[in-house]
Write a protein that binds this ligand. Structure first.
Ligand SMILES: [Zn+2]
Length: 490
């Protein structure tokens, strides 16, 4: 076979586990708490003791519905709980409570951009299930188990295999992460495993007229975006090379397999053959009643849904006159966007406020590696600074200087402006005196300006600069220029 006719098309789908931001677990009252003393957040339910009965935490379903709705899924009006056989020490009941044939949500779609193009991924389903505990391997001689995480609510989102490169998957995953955290559905801290990604990858290889598909591999439990990109790139190359070495096998002849990601080797490693649904022996949980989602519950979730980022960006562009880039920067963090809206509510001019956010507020946030909201300045003070600038009471330089002072004090911007002598001089007589001073002190520049020669404008600018300096930047530049022109007869 000749190499030039060979084309490859990767097919990538994802299973994503999103830890729902509830205070307590899915089927018991134990606190969800990362980093607590091992086995200190457990009860008979978590330990799988006989007789312990599950009680559903409705808040978990409410959060799950919020994300599913934002993913344009159809929410089931009737859903139920199933037991999935699971024989590992990190879930002592020996089954996981999940949703099998009647998931909470189905048939959604999610748009994102990659390489400047809009792409869509179809969402096959999203269901709620409980998490397992953690096996601890700190002591090389033994394995210990911490059951604090057992029973933590998860939303598992399953996509169709609509992604075709590591880059595209990366763009999708980061955007989904942003949406889920924006909605407050999860805290989304990747290092704590609050969002875990499992790509299913295979490659369709066309060799002339013949088409082959490599066996599907699922890479388990990726909790960094770097790992997602690395694992997919590695699998595409590994599967393509393996097929080229022995292109007699296809997906039908080889079982699916589970692999893990080795961060140090930058490679995936074989774990085990992938189970099929029948291996899990799902059956309805007899201890839990099915869940009916009525109109009232659905409407409440809809009413609580915040304005979604795309709509919010569009509004900041169309109603507030911001550029698309500036709007995206502000909306990237929900608390910052809330602060922006709150400052507008207090009377700040949106366009000027946008300038303040993008110039100095963003700069101070970057310096502190925080968001603008995390700078801790309330909407009232942020609005007041923009109002002072909008009314011409301070100029742009003074606004930036006052902003810097606001970070260290709780004083109002107007008080800072006064204390620092940064208010623009409104008194025309005072400015006139400074103009006269500048004219008297710079006869040469005055002569050139009056001559009307090539350099007159430059000299006028020089004189204006002199006045601004004398006023420590507090004179309105336009008025200074007008006065100079009048006095010099220009
Ligand atoms: Zn418990």
């Amino acid at each position: 076979m000749s190499a030039p006719t060979l084309t490859t098309r990767p097919l990538i789908g994802l299973e994503i586990h999103v830890q729902l931001a509830t205070r307590t677990k899915l089927f018991c009252g134990c606190r969800v708490e990362f980093g607590a003393e091992p086995n200190s957040r457990v009860c008979p339910m978590c330990l799988g003791l006989p007789g312990a009965l599950p009680v559903l935490n409705r808040e978990a379903l409410t959060l799950a519905m919020r994300l599913a709705m934002a993913l344009n899924c159809k929410i089931a009006r009737f859903t139920k709980w199933d037991r999935k056989s699971y024989f590992y020490p990190d879930l002592p009941k020996n089954y996981q409570i999940s949703q099998y044939d009647l998931p909470l949500a189905e048939n959604g779609s999610f748009e994102f951009t990659c390489d400047g193009e809009t792409r869509t991924v179809r969402i096959r389903r999203a269901h709620v299930e409980e998490d397992a505990g953690k096996n601890l391997h700190d002591n090389p001689a033994i394995t210990q188990v911490d059951l604090n995480r057992t029973g933590t609510p998860l939303l598992e989102i399953v996509t169709e295999p609509d992604l075709h490169s590591a880059e595209e998957a990366y763009a999708f995953c980061t955007k989904l992460h942003k949406l889920a955290t924006y909605l407050g559905v999860t805290e989304g801290v990747m290092q704590k495993g609050q969002m875990r990604f499992e790509p299913n990858i295979n490659v369709v290889i066309s060799d002339g007229d013949a088409e082959f598909a490599t066996p599907i591999c699922e890479v388990k439990n990726l909790n960094s975006f770097r790992a997602i990109r690395g694992a997919i790139d590695y699998e595409i190359q590994r599967q393509t090379e393996a097929w080229q070495k022995d292109h007699h096998y296809t997906a039908n002849e080889q079982p699916k397999e589970n692999r893990g990601w080795d961060d140090e080797k930058n490679a995936t490693v074989f774990q085990r053959g992938k189970e099929e649904a029948q291996d899990y022996r799902y059956f309805p949980d007899p201890d839990l009643v099915p869940v009916v989602i009525d109109d009232e519950w659905l409407s409440a979730v809809k009413a609580d849904m915040p304005e979604l980022p795309a709509a919010r960006r569009a509004r900041l562009v169309s109603e507030c006159g911001l550029s698309a880039k500036d709007a995206a920067q502000i909306v990237a963090d929900r608390a910052t966007a809330d602060l922006f809206d709150a400052a507008i509510q207090r009377g700040a001019d949106p366009k000027l406020l946008g300038k303040h956010f993008i110039s100095f507020w963003a700069k101070h946030a970057n310096k502190r590696e925080s968001t603008i909201a995390e700078l801790g300045i309330d909407a009232a003070r942020i609005a007041e600074l923009a109002i002072l600038a909008g009314d011409g009471k301070i100029n742009a330089t003074a606004a930036a200087a006052i902003a810097e002072k606001m970070l260290e004090s709780t004083d109002r911007p107007s008080a800072i402006a006064k204390a620092e002598g940064l208010e623009q001089i409104q008194d025309t007589a005072a400015i006139e005196a400074l103009v006269d001073e500048a004219i008297a002190g710079n006869p040469k520049a005055v002569e050139i300006a009056k001559s009307g020669g090539k350099k007159w404008e430059k000299s006028l600018g020089f004189l204006q600069g002199q006045v601004m300096q004398k006023s420590r930047g507090t004179a309105p530049p336009k008025l200074v220029r007008e006065l100079l022109q009048k006095k010099l007869g220009l």
